[in-house]
Write a protein that binds this ligand. Structure first.
Ligand code: PEP
Length: 248
């Protein structure tokens, strides 16, 4: 039985002061939720958020990291630094990293491998643009992303990771994939994992949907058999996040 996982990607929002306010508004309602709940604030805010979350079962995720442990990599964050902060998860390959910062599947693969080596669980994001969807090639596009990002990743590791299907056309646009569209792709992803690994791995890996998830659509999306949770952007910055977690 896969435990649902709802992660809030705060992106480049919330100063330390603002983050503390948000955490104090959310933590009581979310502590002990049926789903695993993860807050993913800016790396600079992680220790303050962690401090505020003491005594709760809410987990912490980072939004990115580099694949080297130390050295001359100006502006980058080391996986060891994240580990030292007590981070449980790291979002890798978010479409904003891919599109704004030019991250390739090959680079993301190195980060995924390093995350496992550091014992930080990756939340690997994949998803197609509107152009790709209109061309009808979304399944092969997403499959290629997954295959390339999982090179050298073993079945036992895949079992523990999270894959987030986030169609780019639904991120921050208010436009959600229909629950059928989301389910269809998550099912394709699970079938691909079965093909690349085995049935046990495919039935254990958790697959989230992300893209304009809000209280109004959460229940329907989260009731789909192959969707094991949500990666939430905008709605994770307000009390709506509580309603999304409670929609399960
Ligand atoms: C995201 O950025 O991962 C995301 C899903 O954003 P939103 O919920 O705002 O569409």
């Amino acid at each position: 039985m896969r435990q649902m996982i709802i992660a809030g990607n705060w992106k480049m929002n919330k100063t330390i002061t603002e983050a503390k306010v948000l955490v104090s508004e959310l933590k009581e309602e979310l502590n002990g939720a049926e789903a695993e709940v993860v807050f993913c604030p800016s790396t600079l805010v992680v220790s303050s958020v962690k401090e505020e979350l003491k005594g709760t079962d809410i987990k912490i995720g980072a939004q990115n990291m580099y694949f080297e442990e130390s050295g001359a990599f100006t502006g980058e964050t080391s996986p060891l630094m994240l580990k030292d902060l007590g981070v449980n998860y790291v979002i890798l390959g978010h479409s904003e990293r891919r599109n704004i910062f030019g991250e390739s599947n090959e680079l993301i693969n190195k980060k995924v491998v390093k995350a496992f080596e550091t014992e930080i669980t990756p939340i690997l994001c994949v998803g197609e643009s509107l152009e790709v969807r209109k061309s009808g090639k979304e399944v092969s596009f997403v499959s290629e992303q997954i295959e390339k990002c999982l090179v050298e990743v073993k079945d036992e590791q895949v079992k523990n990771m999270v894959i987030a299907y986030e169609p780019i056309w639904a991120i921050g646009t208010g436009e959600t994939a229909t629950s059928e569209q989301a389910e269809d792709m998550c099912k394709e992803i699970r079938n691909l994992i079965e093909k690349l690994y085995n049935t046990d791995t495919a039935s254990t890996v958790r697959i989230q949907y992300g893209g304009s998830v809000k209280p109004a659509n959460a229940k329907e999306i989260l009731s789909m058999p192959n969707i094991d949770g949500a990666l939430v952007g905008g709605a994770a910055l307000k009390k709506d996040f509580i309603d999304i977690v409670k929609a399960i």
